[in-house]
Each structure stands twice: as C-alpha cells, then as structure tokens.
Design a protein around this ligand. Structure first.
Ligand SMILES: CCC/C=C/C(=O)SCCNC(=O)CCNC(=O)[C@H](O)C(C)(C)COP(=O)([O-])OP(=O)([O-])OC[C@H]1O[C@@H](n2cnc3c(N)ncnc32)[C@H](O)[C@@H]1OP(=O)([O-])[O-]
Length: 367
C-alpha cells in the first residue's frame, strides 16, 4: 500500500531533506516502474537545474526524448516545489515498502460538528452537514473543512468527494459570520476572516489527490468559486450556480477571478462574477464549470457507481498525475488567492457590504 507522506506539504522541502530522499531512493528494494521513475527524474532535474531549457532530442532518440518531455512538462514549477514533490514521492515509495511504519491515521475516526466524514470503497466523502441552514459555511465549518481536507489528503483513500446534506449543496459563506459584534473591532474581524479564507482556499490548491464535487443541489458564493479547484464536478440537473458578489458588495474568491475567465472566457465569467448571473446545471456544464449533469432521479446511484470504479485505479498514479497538473500553476494560484483575500478584507469593511448583509437579514425578518 502506498501512503503519501505530506510532512513537507505546506512548505518547500529543505536541501537536507532532498539529499536524504535521494539516498533513500538508492536503497529501494522494489523497482517503482517506468512511469514513476520518469517522474522522479523530471522532479530531480527541475529541483537541481530549474525549468527545462535544453534542446529537444530527436524523435529517434526515444529514451532521451521521453525524459526531456517529462522534465519539460513541469513548466515553471519552482525548484523549491520540485524538491518538495520529490521528497513526498520518495517518502511514499519508502512507505510502500514499510507500510506499518508509514501508515497515517485515517479521517474517519475524528468527529466534526458541521461535517459528516466517511471512508468507504477507497473514497473519503466529506458531507457538509447544516441542512437547516442550506449548509452555509460558518467559521467553525471553514476550520473543520480545512482539517477534514488535511486528513483526507493523508488517509489511504484514492479519491475524495465533497457533497451536501439536504436539498442544497451549499449556500456559501454564512452571512452571520459578519453580524456578531467582534471583540477586537471590525478591522480585526475582517483580517481574521481573511486569514481563514486564505487558509481555506489554500487547502484546495494543495489537495494532493483527485477531488470530486458531487453537487446535490443549488450552490452559492464561495462553494461555486471553489469548484474551479476541483478535478471533476458532477451535478444533479436540479443544481444551480450563483455567485452574488456584487449584490453583496463583495468580490470573487477561490481563485475564480483567474480560473473562471480561463475556463469559460472573459464575458461568461463576468456575467457570473460581476453581474450575479445564476447558471442552471446545464449552462454550468456548457461553460466547463461542471463536468457532467445527471437526472435528479438517478444522480446518486450513477455518480457513486462511477466514483467507486474510479477509486479502483492505482492510488499513486492518480495522486501524482493530479499533482503534476496542479503544479503547473500552483505558485500563480497562491498569488491569486492572496490578492483576492486582500481585496475582500477591504470590501468587508465597506458600507456597500455592510448594507447588503443587513438587507438580507432585514428581508428575512419581515417575512
Ligand atoms: C468568505 C468569502 C466571501 C463570501 C462568499 C460567499 O459565499 S457570498 C454568498 C453568500 N450567500 C448568500 O448570499 C446566500 C444567502 N441565502 C439565500 O439567499 C437564501 O437563504 C437561499 C437562496 C440560499 C435559500 O433560500 P430558501 O428560501 O430556500 O431558504 P431560506 O432562505 O429560508 O434558508 C433556510 C435557512 O438558512 C439560512 N441561510 C441560508 N443561507 C444562509 C447564509 N448564506 N448565511 C446565513 N444563513 C443562511 C436562512 O437564513 C434560513 O434560516 P432561518 O430563517 O430558518 O433561521
């Protein structure tokens, strides 16, 4: 069993860790196979020499061409990040040879207040569990989701799915997060909320294995923007996708200011992110936010059957492939996350935002 150790996941591995990993590689008893060896080669070259700038070998020089392709595919991945991925990969291979030593605790033993977590058939499922509030995300829930993702990333499941309890997937940020009278003043409240949001989005950017959205109903706000960081998104035909940021005096987050225009084109992204256009599931699929839409009547059975089949694929091949795809833009996504959070912290202190949140609760109290 391969278990990916992530002790260096949140920071780049040091040169010492890198050198130690290199030595452990020589001591491996089993051949990890050509695919993994190519990844090791590419990460080593990137870590020690930086991005591949050497001339492409000819088609006839097959072995060197395959190696060159693997190195080139890492693009502008930083040397620090390449070192980290190299150390993670070697650690996982060593763990495969000594599973008892490398085994990590699974997420299933930990209990959460706002989430239901289970691991079955190689799938860890994180279920948002505030159905009476349409799964709105409180500060507690943000923290629990960060922890649940961390545990799911380290457990021995093959894929992770996020879904909602009840008729909604999620109604976004819990607007009560802004209505409590904060101890250190509103500036501190906004700063703390910004730090939490930044960590929350980073947990998705860094998630090390395939992450699947199982969108069981309408999705609002931050629960929509984050879908750009999922690997696959399946939705029931009943789902809708709504990001009412300007209506709330706020601005986009979850790296959507970059990923949405990239995914759907600038104009479609602006309709959603600036003008609050709510998309049906079919429209969300057309613009690439959703991978596939299923009839409501067969949504659960079709999606979970498919995910169980996916979860039988080789764990390490999936995780490493996902990490390669993500690595291409990871540094950029960190920077976008920072910029979006900085803008939101300003927005939360604006009159426009305060007014919009008060209006939501006033409208409810008049009903
Ligand atoms: C941090 C990053 C920046 C921000 C990003 C975002 O996500 S921006 C996007 C932010 N999100 C929004 O702007 C969405 C705001 N919410 C809505 O517009 C509507 O509630 C609805 C369309 C989601 C559902 O309408 P419906 O008529 O089907 O159902 P209902 O209305 O009767 O709701 C049932 C109960 O849930 C409660 N509740 C629901 N959502 C929230 C929430 N987010 N907060 C708090 N509470 C919420 C609701 O008050 C009610 O409680 P009550 O009275 O029983 O104690």
């Amino acid at each position: 069993m391969i278990v990916v150790k992530l002790k260096a996941a949140l920071m780049g591995a040091s040169v010492e860790e890198f050198n130690a990993a290199k030595e452990k590689l020589g001591a491996l008893k089993k051949d990890p196979g050509n695919e993994v060896k190519l990844t090791i080669y590419a990460l080593f070259k990137q870590a020690t020499q930086g991005p591949c700038n050497t001339p492409k070998p000819s088609m006839l020089d097959f072995v060197n061409k395959v190696k060159w392709d693997a190195w080139k595919s890492l693009g502008s991945l930083s040397q620090e990040e390449a070192r980290r991925q190299y150390v993670d990969l070697i650690t996982s291979l060593v763990g495969e040879e000594a599973p008892a030593v490398a085994a990590q605790p699974t997420g299933s033993t930990k209990s959460f207040q706002t989430l239901l977590i289970s691991t079955e058939d190689n799938i860890t499922t994180i279920r948002l569990n505030r159905p009476e509030k349409k799964n709105a995300i409180t500060a507690e829930m943000y923290n629990e989701l960060i922890e649940a993702l961390d545990l799911a990333g380290k457990d021995d499941s093959v894929i992770t799915a996020i879904t909602g309890s009840g008729d909604y997937y999620c109604s976004g940020n819990d607007l009560n997060n802004f209505t409590k009278s904060p101890e250190g003043g509103v500036e501190k409240m906004a700063k703390d909320a910004g730090q939490l949001l930044r960590r929350y989005v980073k947990a998705y950017i860094d998630f090390p294995k395939p992450l699947i959205g199982v969108i069981n109903g309408p999705a609002v706000g931050v629960s929509v923007t984050l879908l750009g960081l999922f690997d696959v998104v399946y939705a029931t035909e009943r789902a809708t996708f709504h990001t009412p940021f300007s209506q709330l005096g706020q601005s986009p987050e979850g790296c959507s200011s970059y990923l949405f225009p990239k995914m759907m084109g600038a104009a479609k992204a602006s309709e959603m992110l600036l003008f609050n256009k709510k998309l049906t599931a079919a429209q969300a699929c057309e613009v690439g936010l959703v991978t596939e839409v299923f009839p409501e009547s067969s949504f659960q059975s079709e999606v979970w059957t498919r995910l169980k089949a996916y979860a039988k694929l080789p764990r390490n091949s999936l995780a490493l492939s996902k990490q390669l795809i993500r690595a291409v833009e990871k540094e950029k996504l960190y920077a976008i996350n920072d910029a979006e959070v900085e803008r939101l912290v300003e927005r939360w202190l604006s009159d426009e935002c305060m007014q919009a949140i008060m209006s939501f609760f006033q409208a409810k109290s008049k009903l």
